[in-house]
Each structure stands twice: as C-alpha cells, then as structure tokens.
Ligand binder design. Structure first.
Ligand SMILES: NC(=O)c1ccc[n+]([C@@H]2O[C@H](COP(=O)([O-])OP(=O)(O)OC[C@H]3O[C@@H](n4cnc5c(N)ncnc54)[C@H](OP(=O)(O)O)[C@@H]3O)[C@@H](O)[C@H]2O)c1
Length: 213
C-alpha cells in the first residue's frame, strides 16, 4: 500500500499519560518542545488528530510564527466518523485547510472539506492513508490523541514516534500514550530506541517500530 511517511508525536507524563482524566487541557510540553513540535509540523504535509482531541483541547494545529518565520501551515486532518466537530472549533477557521474524515457525510465549505472514508463505525485508516498519499501528502504527523495513536501503532502504520516526557505524574484514569485495550502477549507492540536526549526539564524519546529494522 502506498501511504505517507507517518510520524507520531506526543507529550507525556512519566506515567505515560497525555492528558487529564477529566479531559480538561493539560500543557505537558515545555518551551523547547513547543519549538521542536512547531518546526516538525512545518516540515510535514499534514497533521492528523482524532475528534477526541478536538473536543478536549480545541487545538489550532497551525505553525506559530514565533517558532517558524516562514510557516506554511500543513493540511489539518480530523478523524471524526459522525461529524461532531463543532462549527466554532479552531480547526474550522480559515488560517489553514482542514479535511474532516467521516463515515457518514461529505461536503465542502470554504477551507473545510468533509469526506467519507469507510462504511464501518470508524474511519478506515488504511484507505485514508491511500487517499492522503494520492492527494500529495507524503509526510504525515499524527498528534493524537490516545485512541488514534493506539490505532496507528496497532495497524502498523507508523514509521517513527517521538515522545516528549515531562517530569510529572498524572495518575490513573487519564488518557495514555497507547489508548488501545490489550489483553495478552500477542497485543504487545515492540519499539526500538533510536535516540534519547535531554530537552529542557524533560527528555525526548525517538522510537521506531521493531518491524522496521
Ligand atoms: N499530550 C499530547 O501530546 C496530546 C496530543 C493530543 C491529544 N492529547 C489528549 O488526548 C486526549 C484525547 O484522546 P482520545 O483518545 O480521547 O481521542 P482521540 O484519539 O483524539 O480521538 C479518538 C476518536 O477519533 C475517532 N476516530 C475515527 N476513526 C478512528 C480510527 N480509525 N481510529 C481511532 N479513532 C478514530 C473516534 O471517534 P468517532 O467514533 O466519533 O469518530 C475516536 O473516539 C485528550 O485528553 C487530549 O488532551 C494529548
């Protein structure tokens, strides 16, 4: 299957949590990490998140001029099977193009295009990867959240993964890096460490799936 090169990026607590249990926004990245994230966004053709992230954090998913002077704002891709993206969500604003991927409806309005991909309960990720590739998306950054990262890893659609760890503990019940229910040894996904480096008061872990080696 021809698909974009997929980089997962997230910020985590030491106990593997990427948000709060009550889903209020939690800033985990430090300033050094923010700069790295915005530069990485600028190098990618598209940034993808799930509807859970849009509803919890209302992210802009754009590149800040503060970090990248000639910011180009990649396409924003939202996995949203039942089209729950609020009309006033930041991703609906005209400062970048947005592709909302559903299993229920399609239309186009201004900078927002809504397409249908898959007939099941959820967006068909493999099919979507093909569609994005055909549309010229060669490098895709997946920014979360928990379920989406889990699905990409489970389906073997990941080429690289970057996790910024902040020196905090969040606790049980909060969304984790890998939001997929596992039951046995066959569900374990093995990664290899490519690099690990200090980033301000945290550290950055650079991983690649074991099957890639
Ligand atoms: N620290 C970080 O780096 C970071 C980054 C992003 C988010 N977060 C946090 O992560 C949390 C949100 O994570 P989340 O797990 O609730 O939501 P999510 O992963 O952002 O979105 C999950 C939703 O996406 C939709 N979806 C459609 N097709 C899918 C598919 N094939 N695979 C997976 N999902 C699909 C599903 O909703 P439908 O069935 O309605 O389509 C699903 O419930 C928030 O607390 C947020 O703050 C943290």
């Amino acid at each position: 299957m021809r698909r974009p090169y997929v980089i997962i990026n997230c910020a985590s607590s030491l106990d593997g949590r990427i948000g709060l249990a009550d889903r209020r926004p939690l800033k985990i990245s430090n300033e050094e990490d923010m700069e790295r994230v915005h530069k990485l966004r600028n190098e990618c053709d598209a940034i993808l998140v799930g509807i859970g992230t849009v509803l919890a954090d209302n992210p802009k998913l754009t590149v800040k001029k503060k970090y990248v002077e000639d910011a180009k704002n990649p396409l924003r891709v939202i996995l949203d099977s039942h089209f729950r993206t609020p009309e006033d969500a930041e991703v609906m604003r005209g400062n970048a193009k947005t592709l909302i991927v559903t299993t229920s409806t399609e239309f186009r309005k201004g900078n927002v295009e809504v397409i249908k991909c898959g007939d099941g309960e959820r967006v068909d990720l493999e099919k979507l990867m093909g569609i994005l590739y055909e549309r010229g998306i060669k490098k895709l950054m997946v920014e979360g959240g928990s379920e989406v990262i889990g699905e990409f890893l489970k389906k073997g659609l990941v080429d690289e993964m970057l996790i910024f760890y902040a020196p905090i503990f969040v606790g049980e019940g909060a969304p984790s890096i890998f939001g997929i229910k596992g039951s046995g040894i066959e569900d374990i996904i093995r990664m290899k460490i490519r690099d690990i480096r200090r980033l301000g008061d945290g550290y950055l872990l650079h991983l690649i799936p074991e099957r890639k080696l």
